[in-house]
Design a binder for this molecule. Sequence first.
Ligand code: NAI
Length: 575
Amino acid sequence: MVKVYGNWPSANLGRAASRQARNNQHERSLEGDYVVTKHPSGYDLLRNPRLNKGTAFTETERRAWGLEGLLPPAVTTLELQVARRHAEIANLDSDLQKYLVLSDLQARNETLYYSVLMSDPATYMPLVYTPTVGEACQKFGHIFREPRGMYLPISARGRLKELLSNWPERDVRFIVVTDGERILGLGDLGVGGMGIPIGKLSLYTACAGVPPQYCLPIVLDVGTNNQALLDDPLYQGLRQQRVRGEDYMAFVEEFVAAVQQLYPTCCIQWEDFANLNAVPILARYSDKICTFNDDIQGTAGVALAGIFAALRLTGGKLAEQRFLFLGAGSAATGIAELISLSMAGEGMDLAAARRRNALFDINGLVVTSRSDLAAFQTPFAQDRAPVATFVEAVKELRPTAIIGVSTVPKLFTHEVIQAMATINQRPIIFPYSNPTSRSECTAEEAYRWSEGRAVFASGSPFPPVEIAGRRFVPGQGNNVYIFPAMGMAVFATQATRVTEDMFIVAAQAVAEQVTEQDLAMGLIYPPQSHILDASLHVAERIATCIFDKGLARVPRPDDVGALVRGRVYRPLYPA
Ligand code: NAI
C-alpha cells in the first residue's frame, strides 16, 4: 500500500505512480494533512465533499486523477467559486432557499462551504443557524435531501455503540446532541431538531476554526409529542410518544458510555433539551465527563460578558451590583448562578452573592415563603415579603440591572424603565427573550424612556437608534461569542472537563475586546464581522485556564495562543 504524506499527492507523478495512486484512498491525518492510502476514481473524488475541489481542480490534477472530461474545461480559483456562490445566494428570494443551497454545498464541497461562510460570517450565520434553521427544522421531513450526522433511536437501546461505530471518522472530538424537544422557541420538533446540531457545528468551524472532520451532529430519537408530526407521512422519526423517566435516562447513559468508549477525548454539548431533562443531564455528567449545555452555560457566559462590558460604562464592581431577572427558568437561573460564582470569585460569600440575584416569575418575586419553587430556584429566593408586580419589585429591590428572560414581550414597560432610570444614572437593561417579537422591550424604548442613559443589549438584534441627534448601536447577546471558542479551547487542549470558571474567563475575554469606540456608541459586544479573531482570543484565554487548572490532556506549550492558532481549520484547497 502506497502512503503519501503531505497536503495532496503531487499531480506530477509519473504515469505508473499515477496509475498506482489512482488505486489509493485519501484520508485526512490528525494534523489535517491528507494521507493517501487508497485512491478513489476521479468520479469518486467529485463526490467526496472533503476532497472535492469542483471546477478548481487544476489541469494537472485532472490529468493525474482521472478527472478529465468530468468537469467543464475552464479551471476556476477558490475565490471565483466563492464569488459565484455569493451571487447565487444573494439572488434567491427566501432565506430557506438560501439555507438549502448552503446545505447542498456543504454536502458537495466542504472547503468551499466554509470558505463562503467565513468570508462573511455576519451574513451567513443567520442563514445556517438561527433564525433560518428554525424553519428548516420545522420542515425537516419535507426538505430532506441526504443524511448528515447520526440518528440514534431509542428502539436501538443496547446497540448504541454498534450504531455509533458506523460513523466513518475514528477520531471524534466534538458532539452536539439534541433530543429535539425544545428547538429554539419552537417546541418539540422530534428528529427535525437535527438541523440544530448540524447548524451549530458549522458555527464551531466557521466562527472558531474547529476542524469539521472532528465534529459529529447527533439526534437522540425518543419519540415526539408533536401530534402534527406524528400524523405527517413525511415525518422521519419514531412514531411514538416521548419516552420519559428511567428509560429515558438509561438511554442517555448508554449514549454517554458508548461515546466515552469510542471517542475518549470527545466533548458532548447538549442542545435544546427541555428543562426537565436539560438540568438533570447537566448535573449528572458535568463532573464526570467533558461536557456542557450551551442553553444554560453559554447563555450565562454571554450575559456575563455583556455585564462586564456594561460595568465599564456604569462604573463599579460586579459584587456591588444588584440584578433582577424577569423570568426564573433555565436561562435566568443559569445566568444568575454564573454571576454569583463570578461575584464569589471577587471574594464575596456565595450565598450572599446569590441574594444579589433576585428572580421574578409568573407568580411574582421568588421569595422564601413561596411553596411552588423548584430546587434550582431556591438558592435565589429572597427572604422578604411577596411582591406582585415587576415595577414594584424594581422600586423595592433597586436593581442596577434588569435582565428579561421571560419569553413574554413588552413587560419592560415605560414605568419599569423610568423607575430604573430614576434609581440609576446608567441603568443596565437587557431584554434577552428571543425571537425579536418576544423581546421585553425594543432598543428604541429603552433608550427613549431612559433619556438615552440605558446600557442596552438584547437577545435578538435591533437596528441602530437615533435619539436627539445621538446614535446608539444596540448589542446582541448572542451565544456565538462563547460556544465556538469554548469548542476550540477544548479541542486544542483535549480538556477533561468544562467548568464554570471557563465560562467566566470566556465572558471576561469577550468583554475585553469591546473597544472604547464601541462603548461610545453603546455597543457592549464585539462586532460579529470579526468573529474568528474574537473567538480565537477567547479560546486562548479559556485554554490558558484549562492548563492552569490541570484539565488539559496535552502538554502545556510556552505559547498557548500559538497552540490554539496552530489547530485552526482554514478553508483552503490543498496545493
Ligand atoms: P423558561 O420557559 O425556562 O422560563 C421562562 C420564565 O419566565 C419562567 O420562569 C416563567 O415563570 C417566566 N414567565 C413567564 N411569563 C411571565 C410573566 N408574564 N411574568 C413574569 N414571568 C414570566 O425559558 P428559558 O429557557 O429560561 O428562556 C427564556 C427566554 O430567554 C427565551 O425567550 C429564550 O429565547 C431566551 N434566551 C436567550 C438567549 C440569548 O439571547 N443568548 C439564550 C437562551 C435563552
